[in-house]
Design a protein around this ligand. Sequence first.
Ligand code: PLP
Length: 400
Amino acid sequence: SFRPARRIGAIGVSEILKIGAAAQRLKREGRPVIVLGAGEPDFDTPDHVKAAAEAAIRAGQTKYTILDGTMELKAAIADKFRRENGLHYESCEITAGAGAKQVIHNAFMATLSPGDEVILAAPYWTSYADMVKIADGVPVDVLCREDNGFRLDAEDLERAITPRTRWLLLNSPSNPTGAAYSAAQLRPILDVLMRHPQVWLMADDIYEHLTYDGAPFVTAAALEPGLKPRTLTVNGVSKAYAMTGWRVGYGGGPRELIAAMAVVQSQSTTNPSSVSQAAAIAALSGPQDILIGRREAFQRRRDLVVDALNAIDGVSCRRPEGAFYTFASCAGLIGRRTHDGMQIDSDSAFCRYLLERHDVAVVPGSCFGLAPYFRLSYATSDQNLRDALDRIANACRELS
Ligand code: PLP
């Protein structure tokens, strides 16, 4: 009979996927479900990017490439890091994989031995913990409280560091909270890391271009050059250029790490799709003005969502600095009852009620390690958002 590997046994099916499946089932039954769970922009990949991919196919760029990215792609990535982040990486300090996700996976596989610890700033993207576990590591959660803007507190970080700590993984702006760090907010965290030379930093910058209110984006290796020799700066084209399906992510870091990550990739997937690499070059090197328009659209949606949520009795929501998620508290609803006597005793119960009775799918905060909250993704049309927020408001009004 089938016997899964021990490392798989430690990983459950994510509740987010279960909610997605439930929403799809209701949709198939004809219910007008609005899903606010997506982690991808609703915009389309820019035309000039598609054209570059078509041209690459016609030009015969359909063969294996250099394992962790063509020289042209690495040059475009190096240029991006220099231009946007003030970071200088040589091509041997750059890697490209099938999404930021593969880059993170490669880094863990290349560095973690059984029992090595990775500090995660909770609430976090649920994949992080499972990616650590698949690499035989131990995720160590440090809670980021709402009264600290869902940001990691430097003292909490320092307390969590042990001799087994290999990495701190920091994601700014954050999925699921949208919290981002200014230079002043990042500084004390980097100071702690400077005192603990065995701890490396993974900066997941995938939402870099989605920061609002004119706040400049800051990445750790640029702010503290002393940390650059042990920082992996992770990014990708998925969220910035609406290219989730193309699967191209990249990282910049010390050459020994990049070389070890290439070993992992060489024995799993080899190069990211040659056509997608050509597309990513066009995205990174082409006109960047689309980023501005999309950022403005997302900021407008953020405000629409935050204002509507805060107008609901029992719900409260801080205005996030970036990404396309709000992480709202439903603490004021806990203990209330639905018409037919269902008790809202947790964020999961609230989300189930929203989906089953009011046709809106959002994700409970408990999925990300912090309750009672719910995550709402505003990567969908303004009309969908307005309708969904009306439904959420009605749903809450019906509770007593
Ligand atoms: N990092 C975070 C925080 C994310 O939310 C996601 C996608 O949801 C990723 C990384 C992965 O992005 P990619 O499509 O580049 O693998």
